[in-house]
Design a binder for this molecule. Structure first.
Ligand code: ADP
Length: 624
C-alpha cells in the first residue's frame, strides 16, 4: 500500500530501513560467495519484469482503471559503458511501498533460509545458477552491482512514485518521487570489475541464452533480442532438441537437461496444448510443504499462473512445463482454476499420457526408467493411495529390489511373474529398511534354501502401500513374515511330533501372553526361532514405521516359530529330561525370544538380554 500520510507540501525525505538479520546474511553470501554463472542475475531481473507484466496484463482483462492503461507491455535494457550501469525498464504492475518493504526488504520463503544454510556449509565458490530455485532472484544482482536503485510506480491510480536504494550492506532507503509512468526501472551501478555486463554483445548473449522464451518483447537499445514465440504452439517437427532443453531450463530453473518430455496438442472434449518435462533429478524441496509446483498455466496464450496444482495429480509434482488451453474463461482467477471441470479433464488426459511415457521407458529405455524410479519412485508409489483410475497401470510400474538380483537392480511384479515357476501361485515380498536387513531376516531362509525369489521392499513408502495391494493380477502378494504362509516343501530332520509338542508347550508357558502363539516352523533353516505376523497384525517394518510416527504405538502380538531341526532346539528338548535344568531352559527361551525381537528392531530394553548372555558366556567359558 502506498503511504498517503504525507501532505504534498512536505519535502520527501528518504527513510532508512534496516535489513533483517537473515537478509544481511544472505546478502553477504551473495556478494562474497557466488562466483560462477553470475550472469544469471539478468535472467532473474527479466523474469521479475515478465512476472510484473503478466500481472498487469491479467488485471487489465477485467479492470482498465490503471495507470497508463495503453502503455505497451515490454522490457527495455539500456547499457552505459561510461557510467558503468545497466538499466532495466518494465511496464509491469509496479510496486507499492509495502511491496518494497515486504517483498524486496525481506527473505520470502523458508526455501531461501535453507539456501543460506546450505551456502554456509560450502567453502569454495558456489554455483550461482542454483539461485533460480530459490526466492532470492532480485538480490543476485548484488553479485555484479555495488548499488541498486529501483524506481517504480504501481498500477493503482492513486499510487505514488517510489525509489528504493541499497548498496547491499545493512540497510536500504525508500523515498517518494514524482515518477508518472507505471512500471519499474532497475538501475544497477556495476562493480568496477563487472564492466563486461555493460557490453552489448555480452548482454545480448545472456538474454538469448536464458530469456529467449519470455512472453514479452525484450529490447536491448533498438533491437528486440528474444526471438522465440510460445514453443508449445509449434509443430513437433519445427522444434529442435536444443530449443526444448533451453525451454526446459527456462521454465524449471534447472541447469541440466531434462530426463524426457511430452508434447501434446489435443482437440476434442477439451482442447489444449502442453509441453511437459520430467527432470533428471528430484527438484529441491519436492517433499516440503512450500514446494513450488512447476506447471505454468496459460489461457489462450495469456499467462494465468506458474504453479498450477490441479493440472496434474500430486504424485506428478516433479513435472515442469506449460499447459495452454482455450477452454477457460479469459477472466479466470486462481480460485476458479482450483475446481474447474476443464482442468480436471486436462488432468485426466495428462495423467494418462505421463503414465504412457513411463510405460514406454519401462519397456524400451530401461536406464531412463531406472533413473526415474530412483529419483521419483517413492513419490510415484505414494500416489497409488489417491489414484483410482490409473491404479493398475501404476502398480505395473512399481519397482523393487529382489533377493535374486544384484544390489541396485530394480524389478517389478510383471517381471517377477514371468520368472517364477509355473506352479508357484504367490508373489513373496519382505518389508525392511534396507537390502541387508531384508536378506538377514530369518524368515528368508526357506526362500533362499528353495531358490524362491522374494521382492525386497526397502523404501519406507512400501510399508504404506503394500497393505493396499493384496493381489497382483490373480496372484496373492504375501509377506514372508506372515504367519499363515503355506509352504510346499516340508522340513526334514525336526523333532518327533510328541517331543516338539511338549517343548512348544514349554515355550508357551514361559512367554505367556507376550506372544499370540508358538508353532513349529517350516520356513527356518539356519535360525532357531523367528517372529512372524499374527492374525490381525502388521509386518515388523510397518510397525517400525508406525512407531517412528507415534511413540506410543504398540504393535500387535506376534507368533513365535521354532525350528525343531536346529541343534539348539534339539538340545533344549533333550534337556527337559534332566533334573534341575528348569531355569536354564527358561533362560534360553527368554533369550531366544528377545533375540528375535532384537533382530526385528523391537526389543525395548536390552538389559535382561545382556545379563543372560553374560551368564551363558560365563558357563561356556568356565575351564574344564
Ligand atoms: P521472486 O521473484 O522469487 O519472488 P525476487 O527477490 O526476485 O524473488 O523478487 C521479490 C518480489 O519483488 C517479487 O516476487 C515481486 O513481488 C517483487 N518484484 C521484483 N521485481 C519486480 C518488478 N520488476 N516489478 C514488480 N515487482 C517486482
Amino acid at each position: 500500500m502506498a503511504d498517503n500520510t504525507k501532505t504534498p507540501t512536505e519535502a520527501p525525505t528518504a527513510e532508512v530501513h534496516e535489513f533483517k538479520a537473515e537478509m544481511k546474511q544472505l546478502l553477504h553470501l551473495i556478494i562474497h560467495s557466488l562466483y560462477t554463472h553470475e550472469e544469471i542475475f539478468l535472467r532473474e531481473l527479466i523474469s521479475n519484469a515478465s512476472d510484473a507484466l503478466h500481472k498487469i496484463r491479467f488485471r487489465m482483462l477485467t479492470d482498465r482503471d490503471v495507470v497508463d492503461a495503453d502503455l505497451e507491455q515490454r522490457i527495455d535494457i539500456t547499457l552505459d559503458k561510461n557510467e558503468n550501469t545497466l538499466t532495466l525498464v518494465d511496464t509491469g504492475i509496479g510496486m507499492t511501498k509495502e511491496d518494497l518493504l515486504k517483498r524486496i526488504g525481506t527473505v520470502a520463503s523458508s526455501g531461501t533460509l535453507e539456501f543460506v544454510q546450505e551456502l554456509k556449509k560450502q567453502d569454495g565458490p558456489v554455483d550461482a545458477s542454483m539461485i533460480g530455485q530459490f526466492g532470492v532472484g532480485f538480490y543476485s544482482a548484488f553479485m555484479v552491482a555495488d548499488t541498486i536503485t529501483i524506481d517504480t510506480r504501481h498500477a493503482n491510480p492513486d499510487s505514488k512514485g517510489l525509489r528504493w536504494t541499497s548498496d547491499g550492506g545493512g540497510s536500504f532507503t525508500i523515498e517518494e518521487t514524482d515518477r508518472k509512468e507505471r512500471g519499474t526501472t532497475i538501475t544497477l551501478h556495476l562493480k568496477e570489475d563487472k564492466g563486461e555486463f555493460a557490453e552489448e554483445w555480452r548482454a545480448r548473449s545472456i538474454i538469448r541464452k536464458y530469456s529467449n522464451f519470455v512472453d514479452f518483447p525484450v529490447f536491448l537499445g533498438e533491437e528486440r533480442v528474444n526471438t522465440v514465440d510460445a514453443l508449445w504452439h509449434k509443430n513437433k517437427s519445427d522444434i529442435t532438441d536444443e530449443q526444448l532443453t533451453e525451454f526446459y531450463k527456462f521454465v524449471s530453473g534447472d541447469h541440466e537437461e531434462p530426463l524426457g518430455h511430452l508434447q501434446l496438442s489435443l482437440e476434442g472434449v477439451v482442447s489444449f496444448k502442453a509441453l511437459l518435462f520430467i527432470p533428471k533429478k528430484a527438484p529441491r524441496g519436492l517433499y516440503h510443504e512450500d514446494y513450488r509446483y512447476g506447471v505454468h498455466l496459460y489461457s489462450s496464450k495469456v499467462f494465468i499462473q506458474d504453479d498450477a496444482k490441479n493440472l496434474l495429480p500430486d504424485w506428478c509434482r516433479f513435472v515442469k512445463g506449460v499447459v495452454d488451453t482455450e477452454d477457460l474463461p479469459l477472466n479466470v482467477s486462481r480460485e476458479v482454476t482450483q475446481n474447474s471441470p476443464v482442468l480436471s479433464k486436462i488432468r485426466k488426459i495428462l495423467t494418462g499420457k505421463i503414465l504412457g511415457l513411463l510405460e514406454e521407458w519401462a519397456a524400451g529405455e530401461p536406464e531412463k526408467f531406472a533413473t526415474f524410479s530412483k529419483e521419483f519412485g517413492p513419490l510415484f508409489k505414494s500416489g497409488i493411495q489417491m489414484e483410482l483410475e490409473h491404479r493398475d497401470q501404476m502398480i505395473e510400474l512399481f519397482r523393487f529390489e529382489s533377493s535374486i538380483k544384484e544390489k541396485g537392480e530394480w524389478t517389478g511384479f510383471g517381471a517377477y511373474v514371468d520368472r517364477k515357476p509355473s506352479d508357484q501361485d504367490k508373489i513373496y515380498y519382505v518389508l525392511a529398511d534396507g537390502r541387508d536387513a531384508a536378506l538377514r531376516n530369518p524368515n528368508m531362509e526357506y526362500f533362499k534354501a528353495n531358490d524362491i525369489e522374494v521382492l525386497l521392499m526397502t523404501e519406507p513408502v512400501d510399508a504404506f502401500i503394500m497393505p493396499g495391494i493384496p493381489k497382483y493380477k490373480e496372484l496373492d502378494l504375501v509377506s514372508i513374515e506372515s504367519s499363515d504362509l503355506k509352504l510346499d516343501k516340508k522340513k526334514e530332520g525336526g523333532l518327533r511330533k510328541g517331543e516338539a509338542k511338549k517343548l512348544i508347550e514349554r515355550f508357551k508357558d514361559v512367554l505367556g501372553d507376550r506372544v499370540e502363539d508358538v508353532r513349529s516352523s517350516d520356513r527356518l533353516v539356519d535360525s532357531a526361532v523367528t517372529l512372524v505376523t499374527g492374525k490381525a497384525g502388521m509386518d515388523a517394518q510397518m510397525e517400525r514405521v508406525m512407531r517412528m510416527m507415534d511413540e506410543s504405538f504398540t504393535g500387535s502380538k506376534k507368533v513365535l516359530e521354532v525350528n525343531t531341526a536346529h541343534p539348539l532346539i534339539q538340545n533344549l528338548s533333550a534337556l527337559r529330561e534332566e533334573a534341575g535344568a528348569e531355569q536354564r531352559i527358561q533362560d534360553a527361551i527368554e533369550q531366544l525370544y528377545e533375540g528375535a525381537l532384537l533382530l526385528e528392531g523391537s526389543l525395548e530394553n536390552p538389559a535382561d538380554f545382556v545379563r543372560r548372555m553374560t551368564s551363558f558366556m560365563e558357563q561356556s567359558t568356565t575351564p574344564g
